[in-house]
Design a protein around this ligand. Structure first.
Ligand code: ARG
Length: 281
């Protein structure tokens, strides 16, 4: 029945000489109006020969990225949209692959699980490459560096990293759950001295409220948090230096090769530098 209607419709269109262009038609550069020249041409839309066949071009494939969007300037909300260095680099990578980027916001410590379960294609979240994570996922070439930095209140007795390690010191440290700040601080000061928060903002609120003495977090988010909150500063000395990369499910060599190639091209043509410059002054 559907087939019959479709054929009748097609016939009517041929007779009236109307050229049909669907919304997704690739021939958009051709005139849509009926001209003398195309009047007698067969319409570009043909009646489907089977029930399943459609005339629409397939929608671009979706590339799903997992992140934790409380990490300015890499990923954060602006007017209800996730923006930032990672969001823009990821969109540029997706464009190179001819795909549409979809960003899924989740807890930072859920990203690797989501990547491995396959509910997302890759993770990108200012994520540091560590030997332990390399056992769980595969990492792309690095696209940025990070430095673990310490945020304190302006009048804090902690003036440098060494103060945290001083004899008898038992400072309370706030970190984002599952981050390298969490992993290193727990190793150095013991879990009894480390409090984990869902994101850096919450850790900073705890610092302002006096429940922790410092927050250990990556330097750029640290700067953004200090800028957004009165009475805080970052210490000059770094706690750790690291490389950021994109992670994919272990063994997904095909996607990893495409991502690596895209990052190399976007580095070579200055796209990544331009994105970074936009967010880091
Ligand atoms: N670089 C740190 C890590 O990999 C922190 C990353 C946190 N990222 C985020 N989007 N919240 O552990």
């Amino acid at each position: 029945m559907k087939k019959l209607i479709a054929m009748l419709l097609a016939l009517m269109l041929v007779m009236s000489g109307i050229a049909v262009f669907t919304a997704c038609d690739n021939n958009t550069d051709e005139p849509a109006e009926t001209t003398e020249a195309n009047k007698n041409e067969t319409p570009t839309t043909e009646a489907p020969t089977t029930e399943e066949q459609t005339t629409e071009a397939p929608a671009p494939q979706v590339l799903k990225m997992a992140t934790n969007a409380y990490f300015q300037p890499y990923e954060f909300y602006q007017d209800g949209k996730i923006v930032g260095i990672d969001a823009e680099i990821a969109a540029a990578i997706a464009a190179k692959l001819g795909m549409t980027l979809e960003i899924v916001d989740m807890e930072f410590d859920s990203i690797i699980t989501a990547v491995n379960e396959g509910s997302v294609d890759f993770g990108m979240a200012g994520m540091t490459v560590t030997p332990d994570r390399q056992k769980e996922v595969d990492f792309s070439v690095s696209y940025a560096n990070g430095v673990q930095t310490i945020i304190v209140k302006n009048d804090s007795p902690i003036t440098c990293v060494d103060d945290l390690f001083a004899e008898g010191a038992a400072y309370k440290v706030g970190v984002q759950l599952g981050t390298t700040g969490d992993i290193y601080a727990t190793g150095d000061f013991g879990s009894e001295n480390v409090t984990t928060y869902s994101n850096g903002n919450e850790a900073v609120l705890a610092l302002l409220g006096g429940s922790v003495d410092c927050v250990i977090i990556d330097n750029e988010p640290a700067k953004a948090l200090v800028a957004a909150n009165e009475g805080l500063k970052t210490l000059e000395t770094a706690y750790a230096n690291e490389d950021y990369a994109i992670c994919v499910k272990k063994g997904n060599a095909e996607l990893l090769a495409k991502i690596d190639q895209a990052i190399k091209e976007l580095t070579a043509d200055g796209t990544i530098d331009a994105i970074v410059d936009k967010y880091i002054k």
